[in-house]
Design a protein around this ligand. Structure first.
Ligand code: 1PR
Length: 589
């Protein structure tokens, strides 16, 4: 008989990943609890309760109140049975958050106000940069403090140790840099609370906390690979103290240098997916977005493998994230595009790192009923199939054009605004497809230009300036808008991350487009993923060494053609460049 695990579902984000992770760990079944009366009905059979949450604190706390969950949760904890909170499911146990605008308050087990990470952080400011907010990525838990004692490196508390990295995605946290918050933590410690702390730039924050039968993590164990599954497993099995659960390793003699922010260098594997001429969904890869073979039989779509198989392979090779882009979705309706949903569902059962899906995220009309399907509904379909983030390409361009026509006044009704309001900014990635456009002088365009300093890279007519003109529909349509302008507008509208492609470099294997990456990264505060052109591990080192401090780098062709495994890149970064990366040593718990 499988053990039953109860999960509170206030319809805030994707519970599929958590359910998949629990079932992967052992013989468990999951049952959801949606409101107070369901809680009462099931109360006697609840043995272990998980309380996950993503997105907006205010929205989440309001749901907990409106669904009459406050009292049953408090009584459950009082009964001594185990409860584990995750992400906003940790935050809800604090009294309030800067993110909160309504009168609804958290459960108040910790009488402290959650604060937003500061993008103006002294470490970054000294280099003329801003710290990316949200905090997205793999971070160490630097300090685990149990009953006044620091945990040793070979010890684990709830499966957590100070060696492994865990996946965080949040803008708000219990930041304890102020004297007031430090003394609140000390007071809680003296009352028996245990804490794990992490650092983001110079800000120290609560990464996990526990008190008697209560345990909560700010990171997502269900998205933290083997290290995260160990945390979940220790909660499910009740093994609070363990030894030697380290799953990650450090290779090479070189001293490891952390990034400015403390998060590791994130390596993302990307799969461009489309239906080929035989009607099969395949992973393909273009050269400057042309995915058809130029020689051989007919002009067929390049077929590099099956999406789930490749995605699982990259996860097991150590990818920190996997992205699926449905590259022809502007032609089809993803509402009817069930194979892509199926791909996600299957991938999410095997892959325990974040999954992003893009392609066709916009308001659309259901071809059968003729009724309007709003973009957040389309996104929700993907989230329910296992995606953690959606990536918006073509629609973001239309939205940014309107934004500038309205002189930067937000209408509130764009897909970016609506999806981020419901699922949180961290769930909205903007995929940018820009092409270099040369100009003789900055006054030839209203877009922000880059001055080309390398004479060998001047334009065909000796132009010494360029900007990056955005395209939509897979590079087919060009717009009177620059990549920087697009990203600034989307950030203002609530996007949480930028996936920055470069059509000029795509599929070229010649390395990333530094000019473009520098320009965009310096213009926004949200994380930027460098994409297009990766041909070998050194290219990743080069992009991470850029002064602009790029947040993540993505590769496609080099992995599909099996020239390199994802871990080859990460081992190179660690051994040769001394960069901090997550090196998972095993893939089963
Ligand atoms: O516009 O919201 O429907 O989304 C469509 C998505 O599909 C966009 O994110 C767009 O970037 C992507 N897309 C559309 N057409 C193509 C194409 O190749 N014909 N692929 C395409 C974009 C870019 C990267 C690629 C990197 C790394 N692919 O994701 O994987 O450039 O490649 P490399 O490492 O081999 O150089 P919407």
């Amino acid at each position: 008989m499988p053990h039953l695990i109860h999960v509170i579902d206030v319809e805030s984000g994707n519970l599929q990943s958590l359910t998949n992770a629990i079932k992967y760990i052992g013989d468990y079944e999951v049952e959801y609890i949606h409101n107070g009366s369901e809680f009462e009905q099931k109360n006697s059979e609840i043995e272990k309760l998980v309380f996950p949450g993503v997105g907006n604190f205010d929205h989440f706390v309001k749901q907990v109140h409106l669904r009459d969950l406050l009292t049953p949760i408090r009584e459950y904890i009082r009964s001594g049975r185990p409860l584990m909170g995750i992400c906003v499911g940790l935050q809800v146990f604090f009294s309030e958050s800067e993110e909160g605008v309504s009168d609804y308050r958290g459960l108040g087990y910790m009488n402290m106000k959650l604060q937003k990470f500061a993008s103006s952080d002294p470490i970054f400011e000294s280099k003329g940069l801003k710290k990316a907010v949200p905090h997205i990525g793999w971070n160490s838990v630097n300090e685990i403090n149990i009953q006044g004692k620091q945990l040793a490196a070979d010890e684990a508390y709830y499966g957590m140790n100070t060696v492994n990295k865990y996946y965080f995605v949040h803008s708000y946290a219990a930041i304890i840099n102020s004297e007031e918050n430090r003394s609140l933590i000390e007071k809680a410690q003296s009352e028996g609370w245990n804490f794990a702390f992490a650092r983001y730039g110079t800000e120290k924050f609560v990464a996990a906390m526990a008190f008697e039968n209560f345990f909560a993590t700010q990171f997502h164990p269900e998205k933290s690979g083997i290290a995260g599954l160990q945390v979940l497993k220790s909660f499910l099995t009740g093994k609070v103290f363990e030894q030697n659960v380290q799953s990650q390793v450090q290779k090479g003699e070189k001293a490891i240098v952390s990034s400015l922010s403390g998060v590791t260098r994130r390596i993302i594997a990307c799969l461009d997916v489309r239906t080929n001429d035989e009607g099969d969904l395949v992973v393909t890869k273009g050269d400057q977005y042309n995915v058809r073979e130029s020689s051989g039989e007919g002009n067929s779509v390049r077929n590099l493998g099956k999406p789930v198989e490749l995605a699982t392979r990259y996860y097991r090779q150590g990818a920190d994230e996997v992205t699926f882009l449905n590259i022809t979705s502007f032609r089809n309706s993803p509402i009817k595009d069930l194979p892509m949903l199926e791909v996600l569902k299957l991938a999410a059962k095997e892959i325990f790192v974040p999954l992003t899906v893009g392609g066709g995220i916009k308001d659309m009309t259901d071809p059968e009923t003729g009724s309007l399907v709003p973009a957040e509904k389309v996104a929700d379909l993907y989230f329910r199939s296992g995606a953690d983030k959606v990536s918006i390409g073509s629609d973001a361009v239309t939205i940014a054009e309107k934004y500038y026509q309205n002189k930067g006044v937000k209408s509130g009704d764009s897909s970016i605004e609506r999806i981020s309001a419901t699922f949180g900014n961290q769930a909205v990635v903007i995929s940018v497809d820009p092409k270099r456009r040369y100009v003789s002088s900055p006054s030839d365009t209203t877009m922000q230009v880059v001055e080309i300093t390398d004479g060998s890279k001047y334009g065909p007519n000796g132009e010494r300036f360029c900007y990056y003109q955005v395209t939509s529909q897979g590079g087919r349509k060009v717009h009177d808008l620059g990549a920087v302008e697009l990203c600034i507008a989307c950030e203002d509208l609530g996007a949480g991350e930028i996936l920055l492609n470069s059509i000029d470099h795509d599929g070229s294997n010649k390395g990333f487009n530094f000019e473009l990456i520098n320009q965009v990264k310096r213009a926004v505060s949200i994380p930027v993923i460098a994409s297009s052109g990766a041909g070998n591990p050194k290219h990743f080192q080069e992009v991470f060494e850029l002064d602009c401090n790029v947040d993540a780098a993505l590769g496609a062709g080099l992995f599909h053609r099996e020239e390199y495994k994802v871990n080859d890149v990460k081992e190179y970064l660690q051994e040769k460049a001394g960069m901090d990366v997550r090196l998972e040593s095993r893939f089963d718990i």
